[in-house]
Design a binder for this molecule. Sequence first.
Ligand code: TZP
Ligand code: MG
Length: 218
Amino acid sequence: MVDKRTEQIKELLPVYFIMGSSNCNGRNPVDVLEEAIAGGITLFQFREKGESALTGKEKVRLAERLQKVCQENHIPFIVNDDFELAIELDADGIHVGQDDLAAVIIREKFSNKILGVSAHTIEEAEQAIKDGADYLGLGPIYPTRSKDDAEEVAGTEIIKRFRDHGITLPIVGIGGISPESAEQVIQAGADGVAVISSIASSSDVEETAKSFLRATSK
Ligand code: TZP
Ligand code: MG
């Protein structure tokens, strides 16, 4: 039987928008997030990375502004990597990769929050499940320019492989996903798509978010 928490997490994943100030083509991230929410994104992750990334107080200030927009619109606010920031802001959750603070430690201290873990192998996925992850991020599904240290392109096969292996935890595909390719990611067994550039750098953010919502709810 699928438990209630799993069902609730799945409902949050269809259009998982990820963004930081360097992904917005010089636009105000607050405006970009508001437009994405108007288009129907279901979850948001603050990921402030890259050469021009804000640090210190400026990073916290931006996170607070984006969190407020999320709160006003009932979209859960997830922090990438930065556990201290997630605690400071009392964020709704955190997403970590394999090189970040171990998921098991986060789960201990962040017991009732959403915990996402990036995995590339079945072993990493099984460990994440043991550690108490709520969902897995699998990718890069397609080539991406939004992550310097991205692993090799995995294709939608990685999602099929994990499902065939019996992994039932909610999954989002990530990496190079467009409204056109989103449906394939869902058909492979994902519950949603995690997207940076296709939404953040769109000339019509709201319309692009809508296209993702249509593609993932077919
Ligand atoms: N992890 C794997 S690929 C990726 C991350 C954070 C970047 C996804 O960004 P985009 O622009 O949607 O390819
Ligand atoms: Mg990370």
